[in-house]
Design a protein around this ligand. Structure first.
Ligand code: SF4
Length: 215
C-alpha cells in the first residue's frame, strides 16, 4: 500500500474512531493475557461477561495455578474451546510463577513460549500491556486489510501482519490497530458493511461493496 493511500485510510479511521482502544476489560497485564487467551473464537463482549466473575473469583496468579481444572472449566463453559482454555490458563499461571517469578514477560520470545499464548496474544500484550509497538491481526484486521488492499485475499495472517507493519509507521501501530478493529467491528462488518457511507469506497477491493451500495 503506498504512503498516500495509507495516510488516507489512517485519517479516515481517526476521524471515525479517535478514541479506539482495547475493549477487553482488565486491570493488570495478567488479566489482559487471560482475556486475550479467552477471546479466541469468541467475542470480546462474551469474554467480558465471563471475566467479570472470573477475575473476582481468581484475583491472583496463584489462585489460577492452584485452581481445580473442573472449577475453571465451569467458569469458562459459556465460551468456545473452554476445556482447552481452562487447561492453558492453569498451565500459564504455573509457568509464570515457576519460570518468571510471577511477572509477565515483556518480550516476544518469552511471551510466545507461554502455554496457550500465540502470536496474536503476544502482540496484544506487548502493545496494550507494555506499550511496545506491535500489530495483532484478528479476524477484523485481516478482513479490513484485505478489503482495503493492504494485503492480498490469499495472504496468511502472518503475511497480513508484515504487510500492514511495512505500510504503517511503527509509532502508529498501537493506535491504528485498535482503529482497524473498531472499523471492522462497527463500520465495515463482515456481512453488512456500511458501504453506503464509506469514504474509502473507491479504493475498496471487495465485491461486496457493489451489492451494498445498490441496496
Ligand atoms: S466500501 Fe464497504 S466493504 Fe469496502 S471498506 Fe468501505 S464499508 Fe468496507
Amino acid at each position: 500500500m503506498n504512503k498516500e493511500k495509507t495516510q488516507r485510510v489512517l485519517n479516515y479511521f481517526h476521524e471515525l474512531f479517535p478514541d479506539a482502544s482495547c475493549e477487553l476489560n482488565h486491570s493488570n497485564v495478567f488479566e489482559l493475557i487471560v482475556a486475550v487467551m479467552l477471546s479466541a473464537q469468541t467475542t470480546d463482549k462474551k469474554v467480558n461477561q465471563v471475566t467479570e466473575h472470573l477475575f473476582q473469583k481468581y484475583p491472583t496468579i496463584e489462585s489460577y495455578a492452584n485452581a481445580s481444572l473442573e472449577d475453571l472449566q465451569q467458569e469458562l463453559k459459556t465460551i468456545g474451546l473452554y476445556r482447552n482454555k481452562a487447561k492453558n490458563l492453569k498451565k500459564l499461571a504455573q509457568t509464570i510463577l515457576q519460570d518468571y517469578d510471577g511477572k509477565i514477560p515483556d518480550n516476544r520470545k518469552d511471551l510466545e513460549s507461554l502455554p496457550g499464548v500465540g502470536r496474536k496474544t503476544t502482540n496484544v500484550v506487548l502493545s496494550v500491556g507494555y506499550n511496545v509497538p506491535a500489530f495483532a491481526v484478528d479476524t477484523h484486521v485481516e478482513r479490513i486489510a484485505k478489503r482495503l488492499g493492504f494485503a492480498k485475499k490469499d495472504d496468511s495472517v502472518l503475511t497480513v501482519e508484515k504487510k500492514i507493519c511495512r505500510s504503517i509507521p511503527r509509532n502508529l501501530w498501537n493506535q491504528s490497530h485498535h482503529q482497524f478493529i473498531f472499523f471492522g467491528r462497527y463500520f465495515c462488518k463482515a456481512l453488512q458493511p456500511n458501504c453506503q457511507e464509506c469514504h474509502l469506497y473507491d479504493m475498496c477491493k471487495d465485491e461486496i461493496k457493489k451489492k451494498r451500495r445498490t441496496m
